[in-house]
Design a protein around this ligand. Structure first.
Ligand code: SAM
Length: 297
């Protein structure tokens, strides 16, 4: 989400050997890693940041979560997030779960924002029907106004994933792939299981949730100033939107507790390098796939 740079690289020589260049210039990516190793300065910074935002303010942030995201889209319109063309590249399952090449797939993008994931997917693949939802009315409106929006291929609706039943808009067990891209991190950790339960009902047995979100010790986590901490690995930005940073174990427990099975759950470590300025930004994401169990025969 935020791509600012800093001067430190966390990579030792040994780790650098394992870095695999990705398709984008100046970005290096490695998968299947353990948690990023912090520098002593970073460790000290996190250890000293122990004071939590007051309960009163935390409750206000929870109450105003929808309003704060809606204001975010009012300020940024459709210009903030880059189109996420890596979705099809990274999540090959979107294609691989087909039994034959032009089989129609039904997907749900939960927390779609203004459609930065959705539209590249629909453009890349004619055989997709997409449901998409977000709790920001403005974001939903931007999706509807996009020239690529086609009601034959897409249905977008407003929905608070923690509260509104997805069954009001999506038939039970009708979806092949659910995408949760940088959405769960915006939701209070105590309510994340409600989102996963909601999704479970519309997912076909044997089909998957594809997840990508912030991982523990991502650069964005290290940049929070004191007084922005809400809880363990949970922070609030200046604009009132919140961000959680996931560990593999936390995510696995969350999905398994709702009844999903783990297929893949791994950190993706990236370094965005600006050679000219000698800057390097360590990013950590968690990229995962959890399946609704097949029905017993
Ligand atoms: C970081 S943005 C990601 C948007 C989009 N998935 C993308 O990758 O560009 C997080 C989105 O989650 C939405 N969101 C947060 N909490 C939600 C909730 N409880 N129900 C539905 N959407 C929510 C926000 O409105 C926002 O659009």
């Amino acid at each position: 989400m935020d791509e600012s740079r800093h001067l430190q690289s966390d990579s030792s020589e040994a780790q650098l050997d394992m870095i695999i260049p990705s398709c984008e210039d100046g970005v290096f990516q490695k998968r299947g890693q353990k948690t990023r190793i912090l520098t002593p300065e970073e460790e000290e910074k996190l250890a000293s940041d122990q004071i939590l935002v007051s309960d009163f303010k935390q409750q206000k942030l929870e109450k105003e979560a929808q309003k704060n995201w809606d204001l975010f889209y009012k300020r940024n319109s459709t210009n903030f997030f880059k189109d996420r063309h890596w979705t099809t590249r990274e999540f090959e399952e979107l294609k691989a779960c087909r039994k034959f090449a032009d089989q129609k797939l039904t997907i749900l993008e939960a927390g779609c924002g203004v459609g930065n994931c959705l539209f590249p997917l629909l453009e890349d693949d004619d055989n997709i029907f997409a449901y998409a939802c977000d709790f920001s009315p403005r974001a939903v409106e931007y999706v509807k106004q996009n020239p690529l929006y086609d009601a034959q291929r897409c249905k977008v609706f407003q929905c608070d994933l923690t509260r509104d039943d997805l069954l009001e808009n999506v038939p039970p067990e009708s979806v092949d792939v659910v995408m949760l891209i940088f959405v769960l991190s915006a939701i209070h950790p105590e309510k994340m299981h409600l989102v996963l339960r909601n999704i479970y009902k519309i997912l076909k047995p044997g089909k998957c949730v594809l997840f990508r979100d912030y991982g523990l010790y991502d650069h964005a986590m290290l940049r929070f100033k004191p007084a922005n901490k809400l809880g363990e690995n949970f922070y609030v930005r200046q604009d009132g939107t919140r961000s959680f940073f996931f560990t593999e174990d936390f995510l696995a427990e969350l999905f398994l507790s709702v009844g999903y099975e783990q297929v893949v759950n791994e950190y993706v470590l990236r370094e965005t390098v600006n050679k000219k300025e000698g800057l390097c930004v360590p990013r950590v994401f968690l990229q995962s796939k959890f399946q609704k169990p097949q029905r017993e025969m």
